[in-house]
Design a binder for this molecule. Structure first.
Ligand code: NAD
Length: 283
């Protein structure tokens, strides 16, 4: 069994990003990221702080628009419109979740697709499903980068994705289908989860339930990608897979923490650099 070390790879990606950003700065382009953070959700604040410090580390300019919980949707839309027009901003992301009175759909659709570094705009979602060049969501795209670094070829593999959200499961499904895996996707209403997971040469799990995937649900020699992030009763961060029992059966497995998590932020950095490089093509 080999661990897929996202922590190490993300450090390497950040080093490469520093070089790329320095090169862009010489050409007069400082990549810029604007983050919209609404409300006081502690996890969201931690994620945004991590994104901010990673940007700083590699030389990307970042600005955080903090807004109170009771902000109007109109005000958020106005801020996005302003950032869409700002020539110093290449990437815009809205930290989710948003308070219930705000339409996530309208807010995400307001972002200029060319600045949509989170890949949540319907235009990028559509392009991704068509197999066209697009901004893909950072977590599943980070998983693809991790697999690529370990030279894991998905072509022809039987894959199972557990979890079908718009930010994790569905884009993961599209990315691996584009890489020619045969894809099975499961969700809360799937009848017999084990019958799907057990067949998989490669299993992706992004649900948010501790120990959802047990040893008997995994095929001998499978590759297991645990995208889940949960806090257990001892306050430790764990994934969705019963790591201790499942790992010995796997050819490769991601640890939690240190697997997929760090790849998400390094992919955001890569997407922001990609957007900055496309600056001259923007209208
Ligand atoms: P979500 O709640 O939006 O979606 C969960 C999905 O799991 C849904 O499709 C639901 O139908 C499915 N599901 C729920 N219970 C199930 C069950 N018993 N069997 C099969 N499917 C079931 O969650 P999300 O935003 O997609 O996040 C999923 C997990 O990934 C969470 O743990 C989250 O913290 C984690 N996450 C990690 C990163 C990262 O950087 N590693 C990024 C985003 C999300």
């Amino acid at each position: 069994m080999q661990l897929l070390d996202g922590k190490q790879l993300s450090l390497q990606i950040k080093e490469e990003a520093k070089v790329e950003v320095a090169k862009l700065k010489k050409e007069g382009i400082t990549p810029g990221l604007a983050v919209i953070l609404v409300g006081d959700d502690p996890a969201s604040h931690i994620y945004v702080r991590m994104k901010e410090s990673s940007c700083e580390e590699v030389g990307i300019y970042s600005i955080i628009h903090k807004m109170p919980d009771d902000i109007s949707e109109e005000k958020i839309l106005e801020t996005i419109a302003m950032m869409n027009k700002n020539p110093n901003i290449d990437g815009i992301l809205v930290q989710l979740p948003l308070p219930p009175h705000i339409s996530e759909e309208r807010v995400l659709a307001m972002i200029d697709p060319q600045k949509d570094v989170d890949g949540f705009h319907p235009c990028n979602v559509g392009k991704l499903s068509l197999g066209l060049d697009a901004f893909a969501p950072c977590t599943p795209l980070g998983v693809m980068t991790l697999l690529d670094a370990y030279e894991i070829d998905l072509k022809g593999l039987d894959a199972c994705v557990v979890g079908a959200s718009n930010i994790v499961g569905k884009p993961m499904m599209n990315l691996i289908l584009n890489a020619f895996a045969t894809v099975d996707i499961c969700h809360i209403h799937t009848k017999d989860l084990k019958s799907h997971t057990k067949r998989a040469d490669i299993l992706f799990v992004g649900v948010g339930k501790i120990n959802l995937i047990t040893e008997d649900m995994v095929k001998e020699g499978a590759i297991v990608i645990d995208i889940g992030i949960n806090k257990n009763s001892e306050g430790k961060i764990v994934g969705d897979v019963d790591f201790e029992a499942v790992a010995p059966k796997c050819s490769y497995i991601t640890p939690v923490p240190g697997g997929v998590g760090p790849m998400t932020i390094s992919t955001l950095i890569q997407n922001t650099i990609k957007a900055a490089k496309q600056r001259e093509h923007q209208c």
